[in-house]
Structure formats: structure tokens, C-alpha cells
Design a protein. Structure first.
Length: 110
């Protein structure tokens, strides 16, 4: 059975401490191996070596929520500057379109 990864925003971080979540938002700031992502509020993301993000671009993060409510990133996808985060095309639907849907298997929101 595939594990379901809930898609959350910053306001729900405290409900998912210790769990793996999906976050879609906009990169507000990059500083070394840390990013601040705006997803209905700011989230501090501890990036891995494979994370290649650009300030101002939309991003999909999959990671584990730490007790301090930061997120340790396990996988990331830069969705580019054309993503309508908060616009008419929901971030989730943009991710499905961007990834062709298939690679999101096991990471669908609840």
C-alpha cells in the first residue's frame, strides 16, 4: 500500500510534527542550506544537497516536520516562476501538470 503524504500549509505544521508532509509555496528567501517558503505563512526549510531552488519561484517540498516547526526536506521540485501559487490554478494541480501526475503517486494529499 502506498503511503499518503498530506499536503499542508504553514498553519498546520504543529499538527504534523514528526510526520512527512508535502508543501507547495513560493521561495521567499535562500540562505545557504536553508530556504524560507511562503505557504500561507513562512516555513523554514532545511534543504538537502539535491535541492536547487530559485528565490521567487514556486516550489514543492516533501519533508519531515521538526519539533521547531521547520521542515527537513527529503525531495524538492522547483516549479518555476510561472506557477500560479494562490492563483486560479491550485498549487496541487500545477504539480500534477508539471510532473505529469505519475511521479506524484504516493504523495497525494489527504
Amino acid at each position: 500500500m502506498d503511503q499518503v503524504t498530506p499536503r499542508i500549509t504553514s498553519r498546520y505544521l504543529d499538527s504534523f510534527v514528526g510526520q512527512v508532509v508535502m508543501i507547495v509555496g513560493k521561495v521567499a528567501q535562500l540562505r545557504g542550506d536553508t530556504a524560507v517558503v511562503d505557504s500561507d505563512g513562512n516555513i523554514t526549510a532545511q534543504l538537502n544537497r539535491e535541492s536547487h531552488l530559485t528565490t521567487g519561484n514556486a516550489v514543492q517540498l516533501i519533508g519531515k516536520v521538526n519539533p521547531d516547526l521547520s521542515v527537513k526536506v527529503m525531495d524538492s521540485l522547483d516549479l518555476g516562476s510561472g506557477a500560479a501559487v494562490g492563483g486560479t490554478l491550485s498549487p496541487f494541480h500545477y504539480c500534477i501538470e508539471k510532473r505529469g501526475g505519475e511521479s506524484l503517486k504516493g504523495h497525494l494529499p489527504v
